[in-house]
Write a protein that binds this ligand. Sequence first.
Ligand SMILES: *[C@@H]1O[C@H](CO)[C@@H](O)[C@H](O)[C@H]1NC(C)=O
Ligand SMILES: *[C@@H]1O[C@H](CO)[C@@H](O)[C@H](O)[C@H]1NC(C)=O
Length: 273
Amino acid sequence: MTSATFVSYSAPGLCQSVAMLPSVGHLLSLLLVMGTEGSMPSPQVPPRGCYMAEEAGERTFRCSQAGLSTVPTGIPNDTRKLYLDDNQLASVPAGAFQHLPVLEELDLSHNVLAHLSGAAFQGLADTLRHLDLSANQLASVPVEAFLGLQVQVNLSDNPWRCDCALQEVLRQVRLAPGTGTGIVCGPGARPDLVGQEFLPLAGEEELCGTGRGGAQRSTDVALLVTMGGWLALVVAYLVHYVWQNRDETRRPLKRAPALPVRSEDSSTLSTVV
Ligand SMILES: *[C@@H]1O[C@H](CO)[C@@H](O)[C@H](O)[C@H]1NC(C)=O
Ligand SMILES: *[C@@H]1O[C@H](CO)[C@@H](O)[C@H](O)[C@H]1NC(C)=O
């Protein structure tokens, strides 16, 4: 401001138009600085590729296909619907949406999500109703992420490991209508589950037990059965061996008297018999 006024005063009369140029320039840049400073506390400029809208009277923030690799900042805190689908998000960190106290719907589908923090949806327990995690790279999600949420989720199209964690998650959440058949076990799952729908399996088999994965547990069971079988075989052989030896140690004793009597043995044998 001071430099601008100085310039315009230093060149009075003659070159007023020339003098005005720097002052206008300064004013513009000042306005710009003030403008961005003013919008910092409540940002009105959405991140590139995102836009705000009022949909059915609800504040909506759309960042679909915006090339995002992280959850953007500057999402208005009165956002009720947030669309982050079709981006390159690889993970959702703890508290990623906790500054959005009225968020009801969150679409994270068609990203490359492979990791979800146990506190990813922290702060959304009272409001979040719809969550779309479909078409990602999720093999497993921590059940902690869903504790306390009254949410309907879409978990379709992910390479699920179909483990205890997923079974627990399904006990915690409601699935969006018609999305159950889309939960299919991926290449990281137990060999006999790969390519199978998870819901029928999860209904039949308890995958959680003694704090370990079900796949691990059934491997252990198989190992125990095998080892038990071998042990039984060894015991059976030992018993058989002992019995046979007993017969063999008896036989010469019984037969002994019939053998031609040798001077030395006769006394010991007679005492034994
Ligand atoms: C959003 O933030 C502003 C300023 O911090 C606050 O006054 C307002 O109550 C917040 N809105 C919601 C829905 O939390
Ligand atoms: C669930 O996700 C799949 C894959 O993205 C999609 O085709 C389907 O329409 C979704 N269903 C619901 C109810 O959101």
